[in-house]
Design a binder for this molecule. Sequence first.
Ligand SMILES: Cc1ncc(COP(=O)(O)O)c(C=O)c1O
Length: 400
Amino acid sequence: MMNAEIAARWRPEWLLDDDVRYLNHGSFGPSPRCVIEATEHWTRELERQPMHFYLRRMEELLDQASERLARFLGVGREGLIFSDNATTAMNVVASSLNLDADDEILVNDHEYGAVTRLWRRYVQPSKAHVVTVDLPDPLTDDDAVVEAIMSKVTHLTRLIVVSHVTSPTAVILPIAEICRRARQLNVPVCIDGPHAIAMLPVDLKRIDCDFYAASCHKWLCGPFGSGFLYVHPQQRKRVQPTVVSWGGSIGGYQPSWKDEFNWIGTRNPASFLGVTAAIDFLQQPARVLTSSGSALEEYRQHARSLLDFAEQRITAVTNLPPFADRAHWCGSMAAFHLPRVAEPPKFGERDPVQNALWDQHRIEIPIVHWRSQRFVRVSSHLYNSPAEIEALADALRQLL
Ligand SMILES: Cc1ncc(COP(=O)(O)O)c(C=O)c1O
């Protein structure tokens, strides 16, 4: 089977323990060796002569790294700042809005829990509100999603927050159309995009959002602690850092809106500089599906076909369908229904099946509770194999 060959060719690039079946790249995506080496290289460069590194080299290096990432995302580097992760980037957006009483932040019921929570926290002082739209369930088509969101926009809506690829349900939302409609109404949109980077071809110019917050340590396989915030030219004057420091270029460069974010006190920028190595890694030639061109394309094709296999095997065990029609809604991650339970686990606890999958089968995978539904969310990257999917299906048969 082609998928087995692809996994065998790529897995040695990762440090993953031999006995682990890691089917959760979507939560925490490990980096290949070359990315870890690049990050270590930049840490050593810093340690060799910190004054020289911070004052004379760092800003130029950050410019080069953001140039590369921005190009990968279809924009110029002047719109992009590095952040530790999507959460930090989203906090920057939240701290930049001057909300008034009754203003509304529009989210939907597929958003990541911490993102909804941070918005609830940020609206409190001004007595603004978070308004949550329930998207159609089952999902039928993109227009229904767009309509559900846009129908809740009012004259009080200050921002629409929407995931590019959702966390609990693993579906791709029609964000470009939401941005287009919102722009007609002059309502800014912030995309929560950590799952989309590398999973999908993300073209920020075409999407034309106001803000795009993402992590590079998921599907792009960047170093842990690498993410970014893209800010549309119209919004750049408005953004405020969550951590206030000097606010100017410490290397004496021309002032830029990015200065507030490049220096937020002393820290190691190695994970940001390591993002370039992750892009290089995915842009190297494919190893098995050579007609597909790059490793990036190989990953996307491999993931889809491995998820076809997962769908076959898991639905044969559960007799339940995937959450959504994968051909339309999913990339390299998919949620498959599991039988419901009366009591979902509390925050910080895990579903007993998730615990048993790890304890008894060395399978690392999330079991997600959403509304009253329960899913197993399968992630697939270059190193994942059909044998891991077989093991998952066999284990579910035993445990359910
Ligand atoms: C949709 C979505 N938004 C935001 C986040 C937060 O990402 P991070 O922990 O990298 O900040 C996640 C994490 O899984 C996510 O799935």
